[in-house]
Structure formats: structure tokens, C-alpha cells
Design a binder for this molecule. Structure first.
Ligand code: OSB
Ligand code: MG
Length: 371
């Protein structure tokens, strides 16, 4: 196959409910949609789901735009390849920048599976025909507001809830949710804000008594040592998100006993190709895996649903319905969850139509690379 041209669309969408984590706050997102055209006119779509500012990770929408336009797409365009992993080789020399790479990689997989006539999930080695979705809930102004958010999503049937925590918003809200909602599958995500100060360790240790499925990314991304020390002290599995940008990071975490569960984000890991490799390594080491999200629009969400169908993804993923995030999605049909169950599409490629009119209405900036 050969990609002959690409179009980049910077698209803005408002969230239906403002989202706050320990690292940032947002009411709208700007993601870059990547449209690849092959020699025969087939089209594959991908999504760069970088946050706007450098608070979750170093990348921003602007850095992704530059890296993709100047380095990733020019290397891909005109090169002949047989498989997406080979296409990913065209940007192998670019260090870092996983979110930018992920958007192009996803478009390559969508294009390839479309042309091969298979659904993306099957092309990736997926074995499940449905996946279980949980929801991720942000820090709310009050505990009552949080309880209301949890009620709304458990009423909708979601079987797992993840709560964002931060110092001062941890043991108390988590206990309140636990008391109100009984044995709900509950976990927490700190986005790397805790340190190993006495106060912080006391809070994290107290959470060990809240019957949580996991504590996600308590410490800073590169602080494997603190994660290992905490894991040795508590029974609740420590889950890594920001710490694992590459398969090498995963091997490091495993070697240091710093990881109990892996959150695989397609965007954070640089695309479906490296996410598959991480899945395989985790499986070899009996590390449970689930798929995290970055509030993707429908294109990135479809890729997340597809990879969640692989056998190692044994925990509920953040692949909630489109309606949890946006009033309208960029794909048709939008992603639907029935009691937290999302059906994996089987049609060739992404398995959804792309709503190009809606994309055009919400595009702030676009560019063409290639002819
Ligand atoms: O840490 O998982 C995270 C959103 C933005 C940045 C970081 C995270 C998140 C989420 C959202 O938790 C998960 C979703 O897409 O539903
Ligand atoms: Mg996280």
C-alpha cells in the first residue's frame, strides 16, 4: 500500500460535563483528525487525542500539529508498505511524541483493515464481540455533586466507576461513594500528584481499606521507585498510566515490581502497533490490562473499542458511549453502551461512517500534506 496524500483537521468539541483531574481541567477539546488517502482512493481516519496543554503529558495540540505535518506524514507519504507495523517504521526515528504518532498509526490501521476487508478489531487480533465499558469521573465541586454523577452513570448501567483523586479529595469522597453504592467496582486515578511525604502516604494507605480494584498512577510518571515501594505496602493493585509511554517502560515497571495493572492508552503509547506489543508483554507477565481513554472523539474511541476486544483486556475499559462525552459525535453510528456493554463493529475498517459535514463545521484549522 501507499499513502499519497493526507489531510489534517483540528476539530473542537465541547464536553457535556466539565472534567477536572489533579493535573488539568477542561470543558472542550481540540483533537487533530488525520485523513490518509491511498493510491486507489481508499481513505483511513485516525485521531490525535492530545490534551491542549502540557499537563497530562509533555505534548500539546500545537506540538502534535507540527510534528505530524513536518516529520510523520512526509516520511509516510510515498513509501510502499504491506502491513501497519511496516508503515510505523517510517516514523521510528522520531523520538517521543506518542500522541502525534498514535493518530497517524490509527489512520494507517483503519486504512489497511478497510482495504483488506476486515474489521479493525479482527485485524488487531481481537477475539471478543463485545467489550465492557466503565466511566471515569472528574473531581467535582462537592461530594454531593460526585454522588450525583456516580448515580447517573450507575443508573445508566455502567458496572465500573473510576474517580479522580488529589490530596484533599481522596479518602473522604471515596468512602462516601463506597458507602452509598455498596460493592460497586470502583477505582481511583491520581494522575501522578502524590509524593512519598508522610501525609500523602497516609492517604494512599487509607485507600487500601476501600476495596478498590486499583489505584492508578499515584506518583509522577518516571517515579517507578515510589510505585514499587507503595505496591509492597498495600494489597490494592497499583495501576500505571502516565509512567508507561513505551514497551521498555513497561518492562522496567515489571522488573521493579512497580506495576499490578496496566492501563493501555493507544494515544499515550504511540498507536495501535505499540499498544499491541504492550498487551503481549503484559500477558506474558500476567499483568491485567484495560484500555484507558483521552476523551476521544468517535474515531479514537472506535480504535479503543477495537483493541479492547483483545484477550488480555480483562478489566472494563474507558470506552464509554459517545453521549457520556459529547452532544454529537464525528462517527455514524455513534458509540453506544447498553448497561456498559459496547458491541464491537465487524464491518471493514473502523466500522463506522465518518461524519465529514459535522467535522467540517467544527474545524478550526486544516492542512494538506502530499498531493
Ligand atoms: O488519566 O485516564 C486519565 C482524561 C484525560 C486525561 C487523563 C485521563 C483521562 C480520563 C478519561 O480518565 C477517560 C475517558 O476517556 O473516559
Ligand atoms: Mg489515568
Amino acid at each position: 500500500m501507499q499513502v499519497v496524500s493526507a489531510r489534517m483537521h483540528r476539530v473542537r468539541q465541547s464536553l457535556v460535563h466539565e472534567f477536572r483531574t489533579s493535573s488539568h481541567q477542561k470543558s472542550y477539546l481540540e483533537h487533530i483528525l488525520i485523513e490518509l488517502h491511498d493510491r486507489d482512493g481508499a481513505i483511513g481516519w485516525g485521531e490525535i487525542a492530545s490534551p491542549s496543554g502540557p499537563f497530562y503529558c509533555p505534548e500539546t495540540t500545537d506540538t502534535c500539529w507540527t510534528i505530524t505535518e513536518k516529520y510523520l506524514l512526509p516520511g509516510l507519504i510515498g513509501t510502499t508498505w504491506q502491513h501497519p507495523a511496516e508503515a510505523a517504521g517510517t516514523w521510528a526515528k522520531v523520538r517521543g511524541n506518542p500522541f502525534a504518532k498514535a493518530g497517524v498509526d490509527m489512520a494507517v490501521w483503519a486504512l489497511w483493515s478497510l482495504v483488506e476487508g476486515v474489521g479493525l478489531a479482527r485485524a488487531l487480533g481481537g477475539t471478543r464481540d463485545r467489550v465492557v465499558a466503565g466511566v471515569s469521573l472528574g473531581i467535582e465541586p462537592t461530594i454531593d455533586d460526585l454522588l450525583e454523577q456516580v448515580r447517573r452513570h450507575t443508573d445508566a448501567g455502567y458496572p465500573r466507576v473510576k474517580l479522580k483523586i488529589a490530596p484533599g479529595w481522596d479518602v473522604e469522597p471515596v468512602r462516601a461513594v463506597r458507602e452509598r453504592f455498596g460493592d460497586l467496582d470502583l477505582h481511583v486515578d491520581a494522575n501522578g500528584i502524590y509524593t512519598d511525604s508522610e501525609d500523602h502516604l497516609a492517604a494512599l494507605t487509607a485507600l487500601d481499606d476501600c476495596a478498590l480494584t486499583m489505584i492508578e498512577q499515584p506518583f509522577a510518571p518516571r517515579d517507578f521507585a515510589s510505585h514499587a515501594r507503595l505496591q509492597a505496602k498495600i494489597n490494592t493493585p497499583v495501576c500505571l498510566d502516565e509512567s508507561v509511554e513505551t514497551v521498555d517502560d513497561l518492562r522496567t515497571a515489571i522488573a521493579l515490581d512497580a506495576i499490578g495493572v496496566l492501563n493501555i492508552k493507544v494515544s499515550r503509547m504511540g498507536g495501535l502497533t505499540p499498544a499491541l506489543a504492550a498487551h503481549d508483554v503484559a500477558q506474558q507477565h500476567d499483568i491485567a490490562v484495560w484500555c484507558g481513554g483521552m476523551h476521544e472523539f468517535g474515531i479514537g474511541r472506535a480504535a479503543n473499542v477495537a483493541i479492547s476486544s483483545l484477550p488480555g483486556f480483562t478489566l472494563p475499559s474507558d470506552v464509554s458511549a459517545s453521549a457520556k462525552y459529547y452532544a454529537r459525535d464525528v462517527i455514524i453510528p455513534e458509540v453506544i453502551a447498553d448497561h456498559g456493554v459496547v458491541i464491537v463493529p465487524t464491518a471493514p475498517g473502523l466500522g463506522h461512517q465518518i461524519d465529514t459535514d459535522f467535522i467540517a463545521e467544527n474545524t478550526l484549522q486544516s492542512a494538506t500534506v502530499g498531493r
